[in-house]
Design a protein around this ligand. Structure first.
Ligand code: BGC
Length: 756
């Protein structure tokens, strides 16, 4: 714990360069054990006698830095020597670095200078204890890192002498609470060797690593002292094969090194890029040996739990792209994208992807930390903005209070509870869930609807015409449907926790009734004419959209036998659109489920296997190695849809894997079976895939569902771990309850399943 140490700073440091805070550790007696607790406003690396301690990156991580800052604890016993030199190298990171969309241009969000704090707890062999702390006795120096920024890259000059800037000063400006590490550490993971050297039509020297990722390039090189290497990064080449960086917007992603003259291993300390290609802007060493270049994936150190394969290589590639989308955007917080001038914790993106994420990896700690920050940033009236942690107090840096984004407050705690079964985490987030629903309830003129809000709508949907961001679905409809959904999740959470939620059960039934009265006419969705955007000049607003139907079907907003008719209508709209979706961020995660939950898994498969734009396989067939932000980020003619909102590494649409896992493989956690203790397994097979195998390493062991078409029927294999009860249904209507074990079933053509 940090009890005595002071925050310290350097009063006369220039902006941009990393500082080194340092002192000699003199111990009066032999040491039994020493641990260092360290944190910074900025991001730091800890060194003892010039050696970096630990393998975590970007510490202390990104939290609601106005409120709380994590500190990390290192056992440094084995590293100490007489007169050991301890030093903290500190860059700007999230707290100070440039942040913000092109037009916002926000700097120094949480502080206007870097500060550090450290406490070394020592136990001597005779049992005496001592604490060495950061105070005014520490020295401050310049470092070889002349510039670092997440967006803009890093400049490291290996020839630069370190200059003494003076003694540190106590810094009383940091008032945030220090809290021990809660999240996962960000670390280096996959290392990918350079695949190809390309000389582009413009004559640029470009290296292709064959895989888009978030991280950096490591270069091993021996040059002459003072020689410079400069590299730029890019996700894609343009249709002429030239290096393309416009979609980074203002983020420069440029890394520069000045060589020492010795064999150097070069990589940034306080920056990362989202890229697949680099361009050698300056490389005076003659021959380019590819073996000197390695790209290194950097992300939160979560345990991989999910695996998938099937008989269609394109779907396997899509799955791999989804995994890479997650790796690239789980860098301490869930980011929208890892490359341009954003990389924010956009709540809407995270809520659509959190279920998939929690099948692929154990995300409990990762989301646990971020949800904690979300709760801290929830406003007194329950409002939650689109970005967590927020980027300053400007409205621009916090995002709108939008339906489908703020609802992360109810959706993510519930999904994480279902995936990992922790009632403590659900309980900790229950007040946030309730306050969010109360906020929506008290917003505007109608208690049971969410009208007149300012939303992102069905972000990037295709049904409002080219270049329109918000899609054609009325935002009031989306908001009120989400109001019902969030209230339902609050009720479920209340039941799981034994809370009295009668009031919210009534609210849910009123919201549903009012929704139907307002947004449905003769059993069909319609435009509510009193709505703010009913006659929008910027985009056509339609009542009947694929997204409206999907939300109505999924959020319990139908009555009687409407389901059948609405499903038929959804199928008709998809068919009339050439078996394609028109949905964006709001509709896409639900449309396949809406179909398969209502007997039309066949149409859901049509969408999954579609190859024309918009579809998942469109990007796969265009060489994607991650999931794109926009359905046609690269258009059929090879051009880009826009430079403005065109990330090639946005995980949101990767949410389709929760359909593949939950419906194609058929594994679903039941509401009373959080943590995979009670599940249903109801695979929906399709001969076009031929076979499929999906597994997850639950906390209790491996759970797997697999099927393949063989011998005129379908063979199923199911593995149920200990502590899990599975309600199994294999297409012939029969249900069996299975406990731990491995099972095989054979369904013949006449649909008789042999349970063996
Ligand atoms: C982000 C999105 C985000 C959105 C809000 C974009 O700039 O990249 O993924 O959810 O803004 O609509």
């Amino acid at each position: 714990m940090i009890t005595d140490a002071k925050w310290i700073r350097c009063a006369n440091a220039a902006d941009g360069g990393a500082l080194r805070f340092s002192r000699t550790l003199n111990f009066k007696k032999p040491i039994k054990r020493a641990v260092a607790h360290v944190s910074a406003m900025g991001i730091y690396e800890l060194y003892i006698n010039g050696e970096k301690v630990g393998d975590a990156l970007f510490c202390p991580g990104f939290t609601a830095l106005n409120e709380r800052i994590q500190y990390q604890t290192y056992d440094i016993t084995a590293l100490l020597s007489d007169n050991a030199q301890i030093s903290l190298l500190v860059g700007e990171g999230w707290a100070l670095g440039r942040s913000g969309l092109s037009e916002w241009n926000i700097n120094k969000v949480y502080a206007d200078h870097v500060s550090v704090i450290a406490e070394i707890e020592t136990e001597y062999t005779d049992g005496e204890r001592e604490r060495l702390i950061t105070d005014e006795s520490w020295d401050v120096y310049t470092s070889e890192i002349l510039f670092s920024s997440f967006y803009d890259g890093e400049t490291v000059d290996k020839t630069k002498e370190s200059v003494f800037l003076g003694k540190a000063e106590a810094d009383r400006s940091v008032r945030s609470k220090l809290t021990e590490q809660i999240g996962e550490y960000v670390k280096e993971h996959e290392r990918i060797s350079a695949k190809e050297l390309i000389i582009t039509p413009r004559g640029e020297k470009v290296i292709d690593f064959g895989q888009e990722l978030a991280g950096y390039v490591e270069i091993k090189i021996k040059g002459e002292r003072g020689q410079r290497i400069a590299i730029s990064h890019a996700e894609v080449l343009d249709k002429n094969g030239n290096f393309y960086t416009e979609n980074y917007r203002t983020a420069k992603n440029k890394v520069v090194y000045v060589l020492s003259g010795r064999e150097d291993i070069l990589k940034p300390h306080f920056s990362y890029q989202g890229f697949r290609y680099i361009r050698l802007d300056e490389f005076p060493m003659g021959d380019i040996e590819l073996s000197r270049f390695t790209s290194v994936a950097v992300y939160s150190d979560m345990k991989r739990t999910g695996h998938f394969e099937c008989g269609d290589e394109r779907i396997n590639k899509l799955y791999e792209n989804i995994i890479w989308g997650q790796r690239s955007n789980f860098v301490d917080i869930p980011t929208d994208c890892p490359q341009r001038d954003e990389r924010y914790g956009w709540t809407g993106d995270a809520q659509v992807f959190c279920k998939t994420a929690s099948i692929n990896y154990d995300t409990e700690k990762f989301f646990g930390k971020w949800l904690g920050d979300m709760a801290l940033e929830q406003e007194d009236n329950g409002a939650l903005r689109g970005i967590v942690p927020k980027i300053g107090n400007l409205v621009d840096g916090t995002g709108k209070i939008s339906a489908g984004w703020g609802d992360a407050a109810t959706i993510i705690p519930w999904e994480i509870y279902l995936a990992f079964g922790s009632k403590e985490l659900l309980r900790a987030n229950f007040p946030m869930m309730r306050c969010w629903v109360d906020y929506v309830r008290s917003f505007g003129k109608e208690e049971y609807l969410w009208l007149d809000g300012d939303h992102y709508g069905d972000w990037l949907a295709m049904d409002a015409g080219d270049g329109v961001y918000m899609g054609a679905t009325q935002t009031d409809l989306i908001a009120s449907a989400y109001f019902a959904h969030s209230t339902e999740l609050l009720v479920k959470a209340g039941h799981a926790l034994g809370e009295d939620v009668t009031e919210y059960e009534e609210l849910l039934s009123n919201v549903r009734d009012k929704f139907r009265q307002t947004f449905m006419k003769d059993g069909l969705p319609c435009v509510y004419e009193g709505g703010k955007d009913a006659f929008s000049k910027d985009r056509p607003v339609k009542g009947l959209t694929q997204t409206a139907l999907a939300l109505i079907l999924r959020f319990g907003l139908t009555e009687g036998n409407e389901r059948e008719r609405l499903t038929e209508l959804l199928v008709k709209m998809i068919r009339e659109n050439g078996n394609k979706m028109t949905t964006g961020f709001i509709g896409t995660p639900h449309v396949l489920h809406a179909l398969s939950e209502n007997g039309r898994a066949d149409v859901a498969y049509d969408l999954l296997l579609q190859t024309e734009n918009p579809s998942w396989l469109f990007s796969v067939n265009h060489g994607a190695t991650t999931v794109w932000e926009h359905w046609d980020s690269i258009k059929a003619d090879g051009g880009f849809w826009s430079a403005d909102m065109n990330s090639f590494n946005h995980y949101a649409y990767g949410a389709v894997y929760d359909w593949i896992f939950g419906t194609a493989a058929g594994i679903k956690v039941l509401d009373d079976g959080a943590g995979y203790t009670h599940i249903s397994i109801k695979p929906h097979t399709d001969i076009r895939l031929g076979n499929l195998r999906a597994s997850i390493q639950t906390r209790m062991g491996k759970l797997e569902s697999a099927w393949k078409y063989a011998d005129g029927g379908v063979e199923y294999t199911i593995t149920v771990p200990h502590g899990c009860l599975a309600e199994v249904e294999l297409g012939d209507g029969k249900k069996v309850t299975l406990s731990a074990g491995e099972y095989e079933f054979h369904a013949c053509e006449n649909n008789v399943t042999k349970y063996t």
